[in-house]
Design a protein around this ligand. Structure first.
Ligand code: GTP
Ligand code: MG
Length: 335
């Protein structure tokens, strides 16, 4: 009887595909917004090249990984190969240059965990953070974008999960909940685990792209246009995947013992990573391995209070997907 009810629920779920797709479409940024970002990048490129001819600017984060929402700030990395860059000095210099070229709200935060310069461009009305030599973020941005090109269901699922997380206020790392980057990795991992899989594990394939960053080898198969039919034997639709994703994080995941790993396309044991106990501020209450900085747990921000908030929100979402007549509205009700 349980199995029958479960199947009935799964068959019925397809009537929610159209409303979820409508939510997804409403979240995709307009083309002219991307144009404005390019325009601002060109301006910044120009200013930076004058002062540091061998520096290069890269977009990273949601404005470049294909998981960005409309009206997001953009994240920029200034990469410069120089053994003795003094970051604070350079950021102050950069702030000077920006200010004298009519950029507004310019602020150098030289003592932040990731030191940056903030600015607002009055022409495009885009706000922007610039950091120096955060090349790993540029590389993981490319990895996320490459995954998104393989199967559109990743972008659909991740937009819905991010929209849910923002609506429910569980996308606030300073409050102990998870970053957008962590949520996208959770979505990639979920789609790698489907059977048949919807996404491959690019880092386990023959590398076609390889860079060394801060002594970490970042290598994976990036000819993703060759993988455009990879997931086609799996016919699961967006409503089913949203349902399955929340069900997994509400009832299926073994929080006590396991780590989700996009790098290996599998679930690892906390033991093998030595993530079984609290070390400093890293409590490892929910474990998401960074695909390149493998000693880095993206769940490290989660503490004993916020883990409860998170798990209650996963359960709320799973229940809505099981029972609510209109999940595509209820899921995103503001907290
Ligand atoms: P929104 O701004 O919420 O739309 O999403 P976002 O994709 O910009 O995410 P977020 O602000 O969480 O992170 C920006 C980028 O910084 C990510 O795309 C990553 O490239 C990088 N990043 C964020 N957190 C980490 C982290 O803990 N470790 C590493 N290596 N990179 C991170
Ligand atoms: Mg961002």
């Amino acid at each position: 009887r349980m199995v029958k009810r479960y199947m009935a629920c799964r068959n019925d779920i397809h009537r929610h595909d159209a409303p979820f797709l409508a939510v997804y479409k409403s979240l995709i940024p307009a083309e002219e917004e991307l144009e404005k970002q390019k325009q601002l990048m060109a301006k910044l490129d120009n200013l930076v090249a004058k002062e540091w001819p061998n520096a290069k600017l890269y977009l990273y984060g949601s404005c470049a990984n294909s998981f960005g929402f409309p009206k997001s700030d953009i994240d920029v990395c200034l990469a410069i190969e120089d053994d003795d860059v003094n970051k604070p000095e350079m950021l102050l210099k950069l702030a000077d240059i920006l200010e004298s070229n009519d950029l507004q709200n310019v602020q150098a935060l030289t003592r932040a965990r990731v030191p940056i310069v903030k600015l607002m461009d009055p022409v495009t009305e885009i706000s922007c953070d610039i950091c120096i030599n955060n090349v790993l973020a540029v590389v993981n941005t490319k990895l996320l974008r490459d995954y998104s090109l393989i199967d559109v269901r990743l972008r659909q699922l991740a937009f819905i999960v991010k929209h849910w997380a923002k609506s429910r206020r569980v996308n606030e790392t300073y409050q102990g909940t998870l970053s957008s980057y962590a949520y996208v990795l959770m979505c990639i991992h979920y789609l790698q685990q489907r059977s048949p899989p919807i996404l491959p594990c690019l880092q386990e394939m023959e590398p076609t792209y390889s860079v060394r960053v801060d002594n970490i080898r970042c290598a994976y198969f990036d000819n993703v246009e060759r993988l455009s039919t990879f997931g086609s034997s799996n016919r699961e639709t967006i409503a089913e995947l949203v349902w399955g994703f929340f069900n997994y994080w509400a009832y299926g995941h073994d929080y006590a013992n396991t780590v989700v790993s996009v790098r290996t396309g599998s679930i690892l044991g906390k033991r093998e990573k030595d993530w079984t106990r609290r070390v400093g501020n890293d409590r490892h209450l929910i474990c998401i391995e960074d695909p390149f900085e493998t000693s880095h747990d993206l769940g490290r921000v989660v503490d004993k209070f916020s883990i409860r908030v998170l798990r209650e929100e996963f359960e709320r979402a799973a229940k809505i997907m099981h029972q609510d007549p209109n999940p595509s509205a209820k899921l995103f009700e503001l907290y």
